[in-house]
Design a protein around this ligand. Sequence first.
Ligand SMILES: Cc1ncc(COP(=O)(O)O)c(C=O)c1O
Length: 406
Amino acid sequence: MTVYANSDVPVNWERFLAQRTQNMRSSAIRELLKVTQDPSVISFAGGLPAPELFPVREIEEACNFLLREEPDRALQYSATEGYPPLREYLAESMAKYGIPHSAENILITTGSQQALDLMGKVFVDPGTPILTGRPTYLGAIQAWRAYQARFLTVPLDENGMQVEQVEAVIKQETPRFVYVLPNFHNPAGTTLSEERRRLLVELARKYDLIILEDDPYGALRYEGQDLSPIAAMAPERTIYLGTFSKILAPGLRIGWIVAPAEIITRLVQAKQGADLHTSTFDQMVANDVAQRGILKMHIKRLRRSYKERRDVMLDALVELWPEGSHWTRPHGGLFLWAQVPAGVDTQALFHTALKHKVAYVPGVNFYPDGDGGHQAMRLNFSNAKPDMIVEGVRRLGDALKNELAQ
Ligand SMILES: Cc1ncc(COP(=O)(O)O)c(C=O)c1O
């Protein structure tokens, strides 16, 4: 038997950690989601799809088919770039949106979140500036903080990121890339207008900038016309991110990057060190569901259902929230962004809301420097069923009214 001398002396783990871990924090969303595990809490906090709409039977059929017909392939290691038929499929569907790339320009990732991390790994040195909107996607802030990025920001309005302000910022300092969420922004719910897309491309060409276009929600439009992706307008300088998380199932963890071939090569090198490749089996399942036309039908169903939930939430807000509140009216996606009356801090209100058995994400979490969003909150409308949405909005309205009365 081995006897370890002084094995009861505690190890000071902090002493051994890399310097970059000082910038790492656990995501506020994950921490918040922990408290919403309680089934009596109605959660508008996560970005979760409706679980009862998952195409379970179709996915089961795909699994059975693959295990019967192609087990040697489905359960084996595979190429870092991704499963070739899935890359082909995605190249074709991207071409329909006007993105002129082929399968070689596509890298399958373990969710878009991995793509954001790979962007950090490949482009960000300590202190590297990245330009983004204010507010912006929390998961991107988290991913790039770990690489010690700095954030340059411009504010958003109802037409998305105020691209008119970009030029003033880049004259001061050149960002390594510009991060945009043009469709149904997380968290703001806004859509970047056609004019602003054009202006961004113009500026990018004038100042030789590269653009990261993150588009998990583009297929989930409930009204209005599709706008051109930035990757279609400037394919030479845009890296586009897509994902199956919101249109099929986030548990599969399948996303993709579309980019010029030379940068795909770099991202592939970065991915090799991270996970060799995204799950072969999951890629083949996603491919099967997509190729059989099930995905397309499923997206139609999601659009109908989420549109209804969005409308239910908008109506309930009008009816049940106190005067002085207002909110965005998203044309798609999963979120709206609500402003509460003056005097209420949404971070402080969160605890009151939990007592009322309802949860949301306080706005401050979406500001890279924590310098805004104190009167704002992100509300998700895809996860709860319509009657629960009304009840949750009522509970939040009551929490707000209580807070205002004090
Ligand atoms: C804007 C944005 N980017 C990326 C992601 C990550 O998605 P996933 O890793 O599930 O593909 C999300 C998830 O909510 C998101 O909203």
